[in-house]
Design a binder for this molecule. Structure first.
Ligand SMILES: Cc1ncc(COP(=O)(O)O)c(C=O)c1O
Length: 408
């Protein structure tokens, strides 16, 4: 039977995480216990040498709360990548500000600095730096361009634990956000954090935090169920006849019965905010978060090893990188490649096959119109992302690279 290597199906989850999820699923009366929430907060504070960290339901809520803490709102502009997900643009709008989209540079999928310079105005109040796929952006270079008044928020969704010039990403700007979402560097299934280095803004963040609602219980349930589901499903995914496999049936039922949850709610695709966001992190998920936090170095060392194999085999070099969450490659006939890879059991990523990962008809609602970022519009048709997560062996990485090489 084929081995399922799925880049988005709880890729970091291991047996010990599943045990924790199961324990909490069986004891809902403990879901509000704060013990692991405090532990996770302490771990993050220690790691970033920061004294002001708040934990939220998601990274997108963390972005919104950081902007609010710095009084970014109506009439302000926030510079963001066009080559990203709508979950980054949305919290900017939810905070009342306007996202301004910066084009991508073809070498490393970070900002096109020429476009960045062009789009700064006297309304520019903040910039969100993505460190795309784990490739560090030179934040000090960006600081020189945007000036000292613009608030720099490092988004560590792809780059938690990555260093640049021996300094940990997330410590270069005024604030950083991280996500513990299911497909990210480490996961608590759902969760996010904000780190603010400015004292006054941090005080505002802490004050606002106290008034936030608790994470909804129904979401805690599906979040605890999700890693267990994938852990038990992936090994038998391809058991069956032809297209009718046990995995496909289970996933179909899981979605039909609403047991797997959605990482992006329907209304977010049109810019609306789910009512329960922002909320506090679910304390029940924090023990998984703590357990994963302790594995950060091991998971990232593995990613670095796999990245080096892709670099060597594909002749692509992303200079200055270590652990990459995903390894981006530009290919011909992207959809055909992805379909053929699936036949081998490999589900690759497709970030960012669409501007803001949004249906084109919704883009106007995010303030994006065709032609604003031509390079992003060109690259979106060609990009795939190869997996680097812990279950990809060096041998499999070599096989994946051999397969992909023919499509370069
Ligand atoms: C670049 C980037 N930043 C922030 C986020 C927000 O994270 P979350 O899903 O926890 O809201 C995401 C999520 O996909 C992301 O891709």
């Amino acid at each position: 039977m084929k081995k399922a290597l799925h880049i988005a199906a709880s890729p970091n989850t291991e047996k010990d995480d599943v045990k924790i999820a199961l324990k909490h699923l069986m004891s809902p009366w403990t879901w509000r216990k704060q013990e692991y929430q405090e532990k996770l907060q302490n771990k993050i504070e220690e790691y970033f040498n920061a004294s002001n960290v708040c934990l939220y339901d998601s990274g997108r809520s963390a972005i919104m709360e950081v902007l609010k803490a710095f009084n970014v709102g109506a009439g302000d502009e926030v510079l963001v990548h066009a080559f990203t997900c709508l979950v980054v643009a949305n919290p900017v709008m939810w905070a009342g500000a306007r996202p301004v989209y910066i084009d991508v540079n073809k070498q490393n999928f970070n900002f096109d600095l020429y476009d960045l310079k062009k789009k700064i105005t006297n309304k520019t109040k903040a910039i969100i730096i993505q460190h795309s796929f784990g490739i560090p952006e030179d934040v000090e270079e960006i600081r020189k361009i945007v000036g000292s008044k613009v608030i720099i928020i490092e988004d560590l969704a792809h780059s938690l634990g990555v260093r640049f010039n021996n300094k940990i990403l997330g410590t270069f700007g005024d604030a950083a956000i991280l996500t513990l979402g299911i497909e990210k560097v480490i996961t608590s299934v759902r969760g996010g954090a904000a780190i603010i280095f400015n004292k006054e803004a941090a005080e505002r963040m802490n004050k606002n935090y106290k008034n936030l609602p608790e994470f909804p219980k129904s979401y805690t349930f599906v979040s605890l169920f999700n890693p267990i589901f994938w852990y038990l499903t992936l090994p038998i995914y391809y058991l069956g006849i032809g297209k009718l496999t046990l995995g496909r049936i289970k996933v179909f039922l899981g979605h039909k019965l609403n047991l797997l949850g959605r990482m992006i709610e329907k209304e977010e695709y049109t810019g609306s905010k789910p009512k329960w966001m922002p909320s506090k992190i679910s304390p029940a998920l924090c023990e998984i978060g703590c357990n994963q936090w302790d594995k950060l170095e091991r998971l990232n060392n593995h990613r670095e090893e796999i990245k080096k194999i892709y670099e060597r085999e594909l002749g692509i070099n992303y200079s200055g990188t270590s652990a990459m969450l995903r390894f981006p490659v530009l290919v011909r006939d992207r959809d055909k490649l992805l379909a053929l890879a699936k036949n081998k059991g490999w589900v690759f990523g497709d970030w960012y096959k669409k501007i803001l990962y949004s249906p084109e008809e919704n883009l106007a609602g995010f303030g994006y119109s065709k032609g604003l970022c031509p390079k992003a519009e060109e690259l979106k048709g060609k990009i795939i992302n190869l997996p680097t997560f812990i279950k990809v062996t060096p041998k499999e990485a070599t096989q994946i690279a051999e397969f992909v090489k023919k499509w370069l």
